[in-house]
Design a protein around this ligand. Structure first.
Ligand code: ADP
Ligand code: MG
Length: 199
């Protein structure tokens, strides 16, 4: 038996009025706005690489998220508070339908699910998930600053970013990721980990 065409298809057919066509869209599954987010991921406690991978898989379990790119893993020396173990860092590029505050909230939940305990700013952490860029947006609230304010000072962010999108332009500084990296002269100890040697 031939099943009737879905209502929205009928509405799209032949002599349908504009009104009918417009109404037809309400029958389609709603889709939110799509955003592009770059997330910086870091860990320096326990099995660092494994925790970063877990962070990625937890992010991808969130509804309507798609991984567009990911950098290699990097072994990096701590900056800021240097009396702590080295880090594994990487950057991923996501398509998401969440707005930035909702995404931040989800990232914080993932951090605590993966066992992050609050120590102090820049201190040791099982997992750190930061929103680096969110489209070209500039956001400044008590909870969230986007672009992340320290991108231009950190090779452990710029090197993996440059691996996946060297031409992305920082929406505030108006320089590409590659230019920001070239302008950061000091050596900060960022070493790509070959796939075969992931710790
Ligand atoms: P950090 O990553 O600077 O070492 P934390 O991960 O402990 O520090 O984050 C401290 C606070 O920074 C978080 O509670 C969060 O609300 C805030 N924050 C502000 N901007 C961002 C951002 N772009 N990404 C992630 N957290 C941010
Ligand atoms: Mg953080």
């Amino acid at each position: 038996m031939k099943l009737p065409a879905p209502a929205y298809r009928q509405a799209q057919g032949g002599a349908s009025s504009r009104l009918a066509r417009d109404r037809s869209w309400s029958l389609l599954p709603p889709r939110g706005m799509r955003h592009i987010a770059y997330i910086g991921i870091g860990s320096n406690v326990g099995n660092k690489a494994h925790q970063c991978e877990q962070g990625i898989s937890e992010i991808l379990k969130l509804d309507r998220h798609r991984l567009l790119a990911r950098s290699s893993l990097y072994k990096t020396q701590p900056i800021g508070y240097t009396e702590q173990d080295w880090f594994i860092n990487l950057v991923i590029k996501l398509e998401t339908e969440m707005d930035a505050p909702t995404l931040l909230c989800s990232l914080k939940k993932i951090e605590s699910r993966l066992g992050r305990v609050k120590t102090h700013r820049w201190g040791p952490r099982t997992i750190d998930l930061d929103i680096l860029f969110f489209n070209d947006d500039r956001i400044q609230t008590d909870e969230l600053t986007v672009p992340h304010p320290l991108i231009q000072d950190r090779q452990f962010v710029l090197v993996p970013l440059a691996e996946i999108d060297p031409d992305f332009t920082h929406p505030v500084l108006r320089k590409t990721v590659q230019q920001l990296l070239e302008q950061l002269r000091e050596e900060q100890g960022v070493e790509r980990v070959p796939r075969s040697r992931v710790p």
